[in-house]
Design a protein around this ligand. Structure first.
Ligand SMILES: [Zn+2]
Length: 118
């Protein structure tokens, strides 16, 4: 029986693969390559950048643009660990959440600075 994980050809009536110990009656799906932590950290960085840009008089519109981007990225990153059953779920969701809040802040701040409120 061919192993669904490593492809090793095992003798019939084997339950565990001789090569990798995978249970042969259980289908194997390769884990997804996406890394929720990387997405969360990027969302956080984008959020920080949007707030930083929002404070700069000439670059405030950049804060609006980056803030909008961070909001999309953040909302995506917040949900990602839930689908992937990542062990760092809480940390990932926390980082992405903070990135999202910062993005909203940067977006509004940039908009107000750009409009000349400050
Ligand atoms: Zn195997």
């Amino acid at each position: 029986m061919r192993c669904p994980k490593c492809g090793h050809d095992n003798p019939p009536d084997t339950l565990f693969c001789e090569e990798c110990d995978w249970r042969l009656d259980v289908g194997y799906r390769a884990p997804k390559k996406r890394n929720p932590m990387a997405f969360a950290v990027i969302a956080l960085v984008v959020g920080v950048v949007s707030v930083a840009l929002g404070f700069v008089d000439g670059a405030a519109i950049g804060g609006v643009v980056v803030g909008a981007l961070g909001l999309v990225l953040g909302s995506y990153s917040v949900n990602l660990p839930r689908y992937l059953q990542d062990s760092n779920k809480g940390v990932c969701m926390g980082l992405a959440g903070v990135g999202m809040i910062l993005s909203v802040f940067g977006f509004i701040l940039g908009l107000m600075v750009y409009a000349g409120v400050f």
